[in-house]
Ligand binder design. Structure first.
Ligand SMILES: [Zn+2]
Ligand SMILES: [Zn+2]
Length: 542
């Protein structure tokens, strides 16, 4: 790996005590809010008046903003022009207030149907003004309608629409009235038209695909792709709208029942399809952020609904939100209760996404997660429904930096001792995963080595194999590596490389280092002795 260069301005800030003090202060403040945020994520809003329930359910978004105010978020930015006492006619504040009034305050009043019929226009106007705002923010594109972007904080727009969406979800007759008045135009807006992620996100997706597909792409091209991706990340138009879209989509899904009309059945089908796609697409997750996860909580709370969602292809979203979202806690509860039937009807793409999330969980936290019921159940269910293939595929994908858990699991499942005619049981999975987490580092490295490609082995000479300084075999291999010509395979050399890595024997006292020969171990002992003692102490503590 080439030495990482630190940009000069970062280096300067790293030497600055104030920088560290302010970072520490921010972390402390943020840590205080975290438990409140988690508590808010569990608020289901299932009792009290309609307004009280809406408040309860939107508390999670508010707490998220409280955290964002500490760590900094572009959602707290003002619009292009300041919000006036009297909002700009046909401007953002005017339109959002009107949507809120029509749906939440004027419900059941005479003439309401005519009012509700204005909703498609108002919602499109809101979407348009967000686009104008972010085209300017991200791409400095000027548009005359910037004069209508009058809001105090972008979050206000998202929150008000979120509460309107919740109102429609918690009061099904109101949703029905809105859909009847809004007709096809509203249905298209809510359930057919694509989420507006902006030109920058679309460009970033194209560049990413092109660079990823080109094996000869140079570092500078990866950097360029990365820069476009970062710029695209500043476009929050979809993130702001996701609360409203999500709330209404979830409403259609929750409302579906035996007595649903054909219209309601169609809405529910479309809503399920789009929620699955939005929540499982890696690139869309990037633009939608936690606001989509927030709105999906009712799905995660209800086992029957969650099962349907998983069978429609959403299972990977649940694992993804468990790994990386502010609803981790809640998703963990849902995973503990997840029935085996939720694993039915998965595609190979969805299984690949699930195993990738499971690997990410170990990478982000600790390998010991592999020895917990959620992980064991996931691997066992995958196996009982789809056999060894998804585990093997995940194992082959494991890079030198990844945990080798799927490679290990698939490798041993194939070699289970008799009775071989019975399929492996959950207990076998539990035992293998417990063995995996208890395995000493040197042994884990040996599995990693066995799973590497030839190119990967040459690249990882320094991180695998014998750890003695001045190992003579390593010196030879380094010379052979330097002489290597791409495209010319030398089986004898490759075998030598393979043997050196797989022969590595662990230090018997600590199990943390490995050597290719007794001579290497002896030579390294003076260096290793003090750290060996430390390792042994640490091993006893575990
Ligand atoms: Zn050696
Ligand atoms: Zn040792």
């Amino acid at each position: 790996m080439p030495p990482m260069s630190i940009p000069p301005e970062l280096l300067a800030s790293l030497k600055d005590d104030n920088f560290w003090r302010s970072l520490e202060a921010i972390t402390k403040k943020a840590e205080k809010v975290m438990p409140e945020l988690t508590a808010a994520s569990h608020k289901r809003g299932d009792s009290g008046t309609l307004d009280q329930r809406i408040e309860d359910r939107s508390e999670f978004a508010r707490m998220g903003m409280k955290l964002a105010a500490i760590t900094g978020s572009a959602l707290l930015d003002p619009g292009c022009v300041p919000r006036q006492q009297v909002p700009v006619p046909n401007g953002m504040t005017h339109c959002v207030d009107l949507v809120n009034k029509i749906v939440r305050k004027d419900s059941g009043r005479p003439g309401q149907r005519a009012e509700l019929a204005k909703l498609p226009y108002l919602l499109k106007r809101i979407r348009h003004l967000l686009r104008v705002f972010y085209n300017f923010k991200v791409g400095q594109r000027v548009h005359p309608d910037m004069a209508f972007c009058d809001w105090r904080q972008t979050f206000d727009v998202g929150l008000t629409l979120h509460q309107v969406g919740l109102c429609l979800q918690l009061d099904p007759p109101r949703l029905r009235a809105v859909m009847e008045a809004g007709g096809r135009e509203l249905e298209a807006f809510l359930l057919d038209e694509e989420m507006d992620v902006g030109d920058f996100r679309k460009a970033a997706m194209l560049v990413e695909q092109r660079v990823a597909a080109d094996v000869e792409a140079e570092a500078s091209e990866h950097m360029a792709a990365n820069n476009i991706e970062q710029a695209a990340g500043k476009d929050l138009a979809a993130h702001v709208m996701a609360w409203f879209y999500g709330d209404v989509s979830v409403a259609f899904i929750l409302n579906e029942g035996a007595d649903s009309t054909p219209d309601e059945k169609r809405w529910a089908q479309k809503a399920m399809k789009r929620l699955v796609r939005w929540s499982t697409s890696a690139t869309l997750r990037g633009s939608l952020g936690d606001s989509l996860t927030d709105t999906m909580r009712p799905i995660y709370w209800s086992t029957p609904v969650l099962t349907r969602f998983c069978q429609a292809g959403g299972l990977a979203a649940l694992f993804g939100d468990w790994v990386n979202s502010s609803c981790r806690d809640l998703c963990e509860d849902a995973l503990k209760e997840l029935p085996d039937t939720a694993w039915e009807k998965q595609t190979s793409a969805s299984l690949a996404a699930i195993t990738r999330e499971l690997q990410a969980k170990l990478n982000q936290e600790t390998d010991e997660i592999a020895d917990t019921p959620i992980f064991i159940d996931a691997c066992f269910s995958m196996y009982t429904h789809y056999g060894l293939a998804p585990l093997q595929k995940a194992g082959r994908r494991e890079s030198p930096q990844d945990p080798v858990v799927f490679y290990y699991l698939a490798h041993h499942l194939k070699r289970l001792p008799p009775p071989a005619n019975t399929a492996p049981q959950r207990a076998d999975f539990a035992r293998l995963l417990a063995d995996y987490t208890a395995m000493p580092l040197s042994m884990r490295k040996r599995y990693g080595w066995a799973n590497l490609t030839i190119a990967g082995r040459w690249d990882s000479l320094d991180s695998y194999g014998c750890e003695a300084e001045g190992c003579p075999e390593l010196a030879v291999l380094e010379q052979l590596r330097a002489r290597r010509v791409r495209g010319v395979r030398e089986p004898a050399v490759e075998r030598r490389l393979e043997e050196w890595g797989s022969k590595a024997m662990a230090c018997k006292a600590c199990g943390r280092v490995a050597y290719c020969s007794a001579a290497c171990q002896r030579n390294h002992w003076p260096t290793h002795k003090p750290e060996c003692l430390e390792h042994r102490k640490a091993n006893r503590r575990v």
